[in-house]
Design a protein around this ligand. Structure first.
Ligand code: FMN
Length: 370
């Protein structure tokens, strides 16, 4: 398929999303369902700015219903036939399908975002089938490899949207080195379109997008929209500790200062993640000392002591605890209102695409701005 056909198809799918989610403005910006950090205030602010905000999985499976209830309380006047103009994320390997079904039936979010099954496509099929039976909900699935994307598309319960998560992504992603969405998204698009030329599965790009430049890049690759996670950690509405947020704003050079490692999960006492996933985090003393050979038990003692002291010392270069964030962390320079982040990235992407059009294609450009 030629690039023109790909773009025509992605424009068709973009229009499909606009028809499904009546409040959105294009180009579409999505707020990722970051565990705990993406609470109701953040999700609602993103959607009210014309994006789609997702509530992340909570501390426990039952937290989701509480968060959706809070979102409904903020949104009530704007809710569209009872459907909340936000989505909700579920982490399958340790989630509760019965809690998810109850929360979705009761609160009717516009989309459910699935991630990280323990038992591959079989788990995804079960969640998809039961959620759709509970409520006619759009199913979004986040994948990090071509194989996962094809297995979902070929399954008995294909998703409505595939979020193509590149290796730069913050939080959990594929534990293997992986690839950025710059290669993964077009490869998935090629494979899907050649097998299913009329597919209605929209592709979204995630991983390292923090401003309009990333959004424009995603659209150029044929994405129907762009997902941002790390950028929204530095939003006024994020449910995040100040020390953590300060470190997201301070950290630079994600290529050198972020890694995927289970170390910080284990320091925080989180075990059980399926081996396919590992979280990207900003490094600090725990990581450096592990490299130097300090034993895990000693690292955990030092970690726990520092966390106990409070006051934000646990984060930063001299800190010891998890600062889950993406390789694009160096692009995040300030804490802003989520709505301003959405509108700013959208406007910047449009300006970039117009400017590129002007310098590369149009014979009518006056050249005034160049
Ligand atoms: C702190 C943090 C927590 C995350 N938690 C989840 C999660 O619970 N479920 C999920 O599907 N994705 C989660 N993600 C990954 C996002 O869905 C998304 O892929 C990622 O944020 C995109 O890359 P970016 O952070 O570079 O924007 C998380 C990301 C971050 C930064």
């Amino acid at each position: 398929m030629s690039w023109q056909q790909h773009l025509t198809q992605s424009v068709r799918l973009r229009k499909g999303l606009a028809a499904t989610y009546s409040w959105i403005k294009l180009p579409l910006i999505i707020g990722a369902p970051m565990r705990v950090m993406s609470g109701p205030e953040l999700a609602v602010a993103i959607s009210l700015a014309g994006g789609i905000g997702f509530i992340g999985p909570g501390e426990t499976p039952d937290s989701t219903a509480v968060d959706l209830e809070a979102a409904r309380a903020i949104l009530e006047p704007q809710s569209d036939n009872g459907v909340l103009p936000i989505g909700v994320g579920f982490q399958l390997w340790n989630g509760s399908l019965s809690s998810a079904v109850a929360a979705v039936s009761r609160h009717r979010p516009a989309a459910a975002w699935l991630f990280a099954p323990r038992d591959g496509q079989a788990d995804i099929n079960e969640w998809t089938t039961q959620l759709r039976a509970a409520q006619p909900i759009q199913i979004w699935l986040q994948v990090g490899t071509l194989a996962e994307a094809l297995s979902a598309a070929e399954s008995s319960s294909p998703p409505d949207v595939l979020v193509i998560q590149g290796a730069e992504a913050g939080g959990h992603g594929r534990a293997i080195d992986g690839t950025g969405f710059i290669t993964l998204l077009p490869e998935v698009a090629d494979a899907l379109r050649s097998r299913y030329p009329n597919t209605n599965i929209a592709l979204l790009a995630a991983g390292g997008i923090a401003d309009g430049r990333g959004v424009a890049a995603a659209l150029s690759l044929g994405a129907a929209g762009a997902v941002m996670g790390t950028r929204f950690l530095a939003s006024k509405e994020a449910r995040i500790k100040k020390g953590y947020q300060d470190e997201v704003v301070r950290a630079t050079d994600g290529g050198g200062n972020t890694v995927r490692t289970q170390l910080y999960n284990h320091l925080r006492g989180t075990y059980g993640w399926p081996k396919e996933w590992s979280p990207r985090t900003v490094v600090n003393r725990s990581w450096n000392e592990e490299r130097e050979g300090v034993a895990f038990d000693e690292l955990r003692t030092r970690h726990d002591e520092l966390v106990k002291q409070g006051g934000g010392k646990a984060w930063g270069p001299d800190g010891r605890t998890a600062t889950y964030a993406g390789a694009g962390v160096g692009l995040v320079k300030s804490v802003d209102a989520a709505g301003d982040i959405v509108m700013g990235a959208r406007a910047e992407a449009v300006d970039i695409l117009k400017a590129l059009h002007c310098v590369t294609w149009s014979e009518d450009c006056t050249g005034n701005e160049f």
